[in-house]
Ligand binder design. Structure first.
Ligand code: ZN
Length: 109
């Protein structure tokens, strides 16, 4: 096993809510342990919050990367973080197929 995948947010198939499921501290701990063990970590993320914290935590890859904001994209470029978009589910489940920020319900908290 060379990679560890962590689910940093909800979001897959028909669930495109994109709520962050792990805190920055939790993602950082996971990334640190993965790197200490000589592994890479991919963090699944729909929505800007989970992606931002995944990149800040040191994820090697942000999976799907739906709705990533420009500041996070800039940080990804600086750090060399890449993405495996797998956007086919996005294209079929988002009414616009491009910007889920306008269609995703917000967290009640
Ligand atoms: Zn995923």
């Amino acid at each position: 096993m060379d990679w560890i995948k962590m689910y940093g947010s909800t979001g897959s198939d028909k669930d495109v809510t994109g709520f962050q499921t792990f805190t920055y501290a939790e993602m950082k701990a996971a990334a640190d342990v993965a790197h200490f063990a000589g592994k890479r970590i991919a963090i699944h993320s729909y929505g800007p919050d989970g992606a931002r914290d995944a990149v800040r935590a040191g994820a090697n890859s942000v999976e799907h990367a739906v709705d990533v904001d420009n500041a996070t994209l800039a940080l990804m470029a600086r750090q060399g973080t890449f993405t495996c978009p797998l956007w086919s589910t996005t294209a079929t489940t988002s009414p616009t197929g491009r910007n889920m920020a306008t269609t995703r319900p917000r967290s009640p908290t």
